[in-house]
Design a protein around this ligand. Structure first.
Ligand code: ADP
Length: 502
């Protein structure tokens, strides 16, 4: 695919591209080859305020929040169509911006994004409200949009993560202000334009690029934002909770990474497949995935480990990085130089703590001007090592061993994270037993990252406090109203109605 795609770096506010009020911009360079892409608006507190005011105005006007459901649905269908019409442009833009292979981006992020929008749209007129069973009056329990949603998104799946948040929040009738990651903003900016073209009224979807500590913080602190939906690091999630507590106490919905244990039991149905998928689980998207299978747990048996790991190593070759604009490429560049350095530091730190290098461990294509790192497998990793506890977010697999099922469960659950886990076994009882024991929001049995839009996604423990996708994904973007309509029955005081009330 060609690099001719032109990138727009301005904010998209109230239905048009605008420059940041201060005129401040920052340069965006491609991680593929270090070439300049475009200047991006560095929105500040005033820009955020302007975007939030516009979003509030649009919400209160009812132009979107009160639009007939069929119409709202058609607009989102149209948005999905426009995404498909622009799929090549979006995929190339995403690849240039954050380094992922264009073929996978086209299929998963862009076409997957259009599919997700359609799924959210289809739900719009299929989610019913509730009536209380009480006969003393009419008790209506209705869902309403929460109002103005502030969405702060990450750089690893910039378009797709924006779609999860924007698609479900818009479907419920909210107005949304999105602050994309400064490390990959381009496709989200384009999403604002496409949504407007599709018929999303002005002010309903605002895109405000900029630095996290400026634009993100201003959105997190704004008292006219009704909730924050965030995907990113632990540290930032805590900052956002602090901003909320210091301002209007808005709910902060968080997805903050993972340290997925991928447990292979000797009784796995198909060890060849388990090895192939274990490589994909960590090397897909260069390991820059919150649910990446970064910890491979194998039984403490030398022969088993040798046979299994040699298979994983063979499959890892498939994920060697090179020019992600080549349609055959399965892995591209890491997002930037700082991240490449971070990944290198993690590997060196693990070696210093006693892990061994089984394969990889080197920078690739150093003369390209881009940031490529080999698929890397470390053996001899123990639960106390930093690499076994912290999210690397790179193509680095840590191999750990367990004594028995109980030990595997203990190691798998032994981190602060709880986003996902995977189990390979042919024993039905074990599959259920271990699934139940996993302290993670997602469990995949004899597969990795199984499921579709009907399955909620989110984490236990410090991996987060919310679920995206499925019907549960709508909850954070709505609130419940209880409306009681008296029927004029001759009951002066209904004591039951008040029992337990504070
Ligand atoms: P990462 O380290 O993977 O980039 P971050 O949590 O820093 O993860 O970034 C995720 C998103 O959070 C990005 O859009 C980023 O700009 C934003 N962000 C970073 N710091 C802050 C902050 N202090 N307040 C609000 N948003 C922030």
């Amino acid at each position: 695919m060609s690099k001719s795609t032109k990138a727009e770096g301005r904010a998209f506010i109230n239905g048009q591209y605008v420059n940041s009020m201060s005129g401040e911009v920052f340069a965006s360079y491609s991680p593929i080859d270090g070439e300049f892409l475009t200047n991006i608006d560095a929105c500040n507190e005033q820009d955020i305020h302007h975007a939030v005011l516009g979003a509030r105005r649009s919400f209160e006007s009812g132009v979107w929040s009160a639009m007939p459901l069929q119409e709202r649905k058609n607009v989102l269908f149209k948005l999905a169509d426009l995404i498909i019409e622009h799929e090549e442009e979006l995929a190339v833009l995403e690849t240039l911006d954050m380094g992922k292979p264009v073929s996978l981006c086209l299929e998963s992020d862009i076409r997957g994004g259009a599919h997700a929008i359609r799924w959210f749209a289809e739900c719009i007129d299929k989610l019913y409200d509730h009536m209380s069973p009480n006969h003393q009056g009419i008790g209506m329990i209705t869902r309403e949009p929460i109002g103005v949603v502030g969405a702060i998104t990450p750089w690893n799946f910039p378009f797709y993560m924006a779609i999860w948040k924007v698609g479900s929040a818009l479907a419920m009738g909210n107005s949304v202000v999105v602050k994309p990651s400064e490390r990959a903003s381009l496709t989200t900016i384009k999403l604002g334009e496409l949504a407007h073209k599709a018929g999303v009224p002005e002010g309903v979807l605002q895109i405000v690029p900029g630095y996290g500590r400026v634009a993100g913080a201003a959105l997190g602190r704004h008292s006219d934002v009704d909730c924050i939906s965030f995907t990113g690091s632990h540290t930032t999630s805590r900052e956002l909770m602090k901003y909320s507590s210091e301002t209007n106490g808005k709910p902060v919905h968080i997805e903050a990474g993972g340290k997925t244990a991928n447990i292979v039991f000797k009784d796995a149905l198909n060890l060849e497949e388990a090895a192939q998928v274990s490589a994909q689980a960590i090397f897909y998207n260069m390991g820059e995935v919150c649910f990446a299978g970064s910890r491979l747990l194998l039984p403490d048996d030398e022969d088993f480990i040798e046979t299994f790991l040699s298979k994983v190593k063979n499959y890892s070759e498939y994920w060697q990085p090179y020019n992600p604009l080549d349609m055959q490429s399965m892995a591209g560049a890491l997002v930037d130089a700082a991240h490449l350095q971070r990944v290198e530091n993690f590997v060196q730190g693990a070696l210093d703590q006693g892990a061994q290098l089984f394969t990889g461990g080197k920078i690739k294509h150093p003369d390209s001007g881009g940031y490529y790192y080999e698929p890397t497998i470390l053996t001899g990793v123990t639960p106390d090592m930093t690499i076994a506890q912290e999210e690397v977010f790179g193509p680095v697999l840590s191999v750990m061993t367990y004594q028995d099922e109980e030990d595997a469960i203990r190691i798998a659950n032994g981190t602060d994270y709880g986003l996902a886990s995977a189990i390979w076994t042919g024993d039905l009882n074990r599959a259920h037993r271990v699934s139940r024991a996993m302290k993670s929001g997602n469990v995949w049995v004899n597969c990795f990252h199984g499921g579709d839009m009907t399955m909620p996604f989110g984490g236990y423990k410090q991996s987060g406090n919310t679920r995206d996708k499925a019907f549960t994904g709508f909850e954070k973007y709505t609130q419940i109203k209880s409306t009681w309509i008296a029927l004029g029955l001759r009951i002066l005081v209904n004591v039951n109605a008040h029992s337990g009330a504070s």
